[in-house]
Write a protein that binds this ligand. Structure first.
Ligand code: MTE
Ligand code: MO
Length: 382
C-alpha cells in the first residue's frame, strides 16, 4: 500500500477521499480563527505523501543560462532572507458539491471548506532564481514546479506559473519551509513547498523537487487537462482542453460558515449572528460582503475582520497584495413572522468584481470556479 506511510490526521476533518487523502475542516471551525491551525487546514493530495529526508534533500533548478543549480534545505534557509506571508489557499474545486446539485460533475465533492489561511515563511522564489542566474534578459515565459510525490508509473505532480509572477517584487512567491511558525507538516509539503499568493491551490506545489524555467507551461495533466474552466454547454464528448487557459488567479468568493445548513434558530433570541469568509484571487482585496436573511429581497453589510479578532481590524494590505481572506460577521434582528430564513452572502472585491447569483450559468463539467452567492436555510423555532 503506497499510502501506508501517510501521516496521522486530525479527527475533526471531513474526509472526501482516504487514498489519496483529501479532507476539509467543518465550516464552523473555519471561521473560528483568522489563521487556520495547520492540523485542520484543508488537505488536497493527488498521490501518496512522499517521505523526504531533510538531510539529503536537494532542490534542482533548471533552465537558467548558467546551467542547472542544486540547493540543500540548509542552503535554502541560510543563503536567502526569510520572508513571511499570510496567504489563503483555495482549491479550484472548492464548493463543487453545489455544482453537483445542478448536474453531475467529475471530481471530489468538496463543501465550502477547500480553503484555508496560513502564515508561510521561506525564501522568496525571486531571490533564489536571481542567485541561480536569472536576469531580466532570461528567455522564458513560465516557471514549472515538480513535486516529489509520484504515482505507480513514476509520474510526478507538476504545475507552472507565469515567470512574471515568479520574479515580481510584489508577487510574494515563496519556497516555504514553515507554516504557521513551524516546519511544514508532511501533508502540506515537507520540507519545501511553493506558495503562490493569489493563485489557485493547484499551482502551490508541495514536496518541491524541481524548478524549471521554460517557454512552455508544465506538460502535466493538472496544467494541461484539468483545472480549466468551460462553458455550461461543454461536455466530456466535446471538451477541447487546449481551448481554455489554465486557471491561475481565482474569482471573488465568499461563503457562510455559521449558522449551519438546516439548523434551528431560537425566536426568543431576537437576533441572529451570521459568519463567513471572503477572498479574491490575484491580490484583489475584498472590500464588502452583503448578507440577506430573506432570500435576497433585502441586504445588510457585514463587518469585515481582516486580522485576528483580538487585534481589531487589520491594516489595509498594500494594493494588489491582499493575499489573505477576510472573516466577516453580521448580527441582525430576526425578520418577523418568518418560519424559515434563506440566508445568502456575496462579496465584492476592489475591482468591483462580484459573485454570480446562481450556479447553473457557471456550471462546468469539472465543477471548478464555483463561486455563486452562498445560501443557507435555517428554521426559526418559537
Ligand atoms: N503538490 C503536490 N506535489 N501534489 C499535490 O497533489 N495538490 C495541489 C497543490 N499542490 C498537490 C500539490 C492542489 S490541487 C491543491 S488545492 C493544494 O496543493 C492543496 O494544498 P494543501 O493540501 O496544503 O491544502
Ligand atoms: Mo486543488
Amino acid at each position: 500500500d503506497p499510502y501506508s506511510s501517510d501521516p496521522p490526521r486530525h479527527p475533526a476533518l471531513r474526509v472526501n477521499s482516504q487514498k489519496p487523502f483529501n479532507a476539509e475542516p467543518p465550516p464552523e471551525l473555519l471561521s473560528d480563527s483568522f489563521i487556520t491551525p495547520s492540523a485542520i487546514f484543508f488537505k488536497r493530495n493527488h498521490l501518496p505523501v512522499p517521505k523526504v529526508d531533510p538531510e539529503t534533500y536537494q532542490l534542482e533548478i533548471e533552465g537558467l543560462p548558467g546551467g542547472p543549480v542544486s540547493l540543500s534545505l540548509a542552503e535554502l534557509k541560510s543563503r536567502f532572507p526569510k520572508h513571511t506571508v499570510t496567504a489563503t489557499l483555495q482549491c479550484a474545486g472548492n464548493r463543487r458539491s453545489e455544482m453537483n446539485q445542478v448536474k453531475q460533475v467529475k471530481g471530489l465533492n468538496w463543501g465550502i471548506g477547500a480553503i484555508s489561511n496560513a502564515t508561510w515563511s521561506g525564501a522568496r522564489l525571486r531571490d533564489v532564481l536571481i542567485a541561480a542566474g536569472y536576469t531580466p534578459g532570461t528567455v522564458a515565459q513560465h516557471v514549472q514546479f515538480e513535486g516529489l510525490d509520484r504515482d505507480v508509473t513514476g509520474t510526478t505532480y507538476g504545475a507552472s506559473i507565469p515567470l512574471r509572477k515568479a520574479v515580481s517584487e510584489d508577487g510574494d512567491v515563496l519556497l516555504a519551509y514553515e507554516m504557521n511558525g513551524e516546519e511544514l507538516p508532511a501533508d502540506h509539503g515537507f520540507p519545501v513547498r511553493v506558495v503562490v499568493p493569489g493563485t489557485v491551490g493547484a499551482r502551490n506545489v508541495k514536496w518541491l523537487g524541481k524548478i524549471a524555467l521554460s517557454q512552455e507551461e508544465s506538460s502535466s495533466h493538472w496544467q494541461q487537462n484539468d483545472y480549466k474552466g468551460f462553458s455550461p454547454c461543454t461536455d466530456w464528448d466535446t471538451v477541447d482542453f487546449k481551448s481554455a487557459p489554465a486557471i491561475q488567479e481565482l474569482p471573488v468568493q465568499s461563503a457562510i460558515t455559521q449558522p449551519a445548513e438546516g439548523s434551528a434558530v431560537d425566536r426568543s433570541a431576537g437576533e441572529l449572528t451570521v459568519k463567513g469568509y471572503a477572498w479574491s484571487g490575484g491580490g484583489r482585496e475584498v472590500v464588502r460582503v452583503d448578507v440577506s436573511l430573506d432570500g435576497g429581497r433585502t441586504w445588510q453589510v457585514a463587518q469585515l475582520q481582516g486580522g485576528d479578532k483580538q487585534e481589531g481590524p487589520a491594516e489595509a494590505p498594500p494594493l494588489g497584495r491582499a493575499w489573505a481572506w477576510k472573516l466577516w460577521e453580521l448580527t441582525a434582528p430576526l425578520p418577523e413572522g418568518a418560519q424559515e430564513l434563506e440566508i445568502m452572502c456575496k462579496a465584492v472585491d476592489n475591482s468591483y468584481n462580484m459573485q454570480p447569483d446562481s450556479v447553473a450559468p457557471i456550471w462546468n463539467l469539472r465543477g471548478v470556479l464555483s463561486n455563486a452567492w452562498h445560501r443557507v436555510t435555517v428554521r426559526v423555532e418559537e
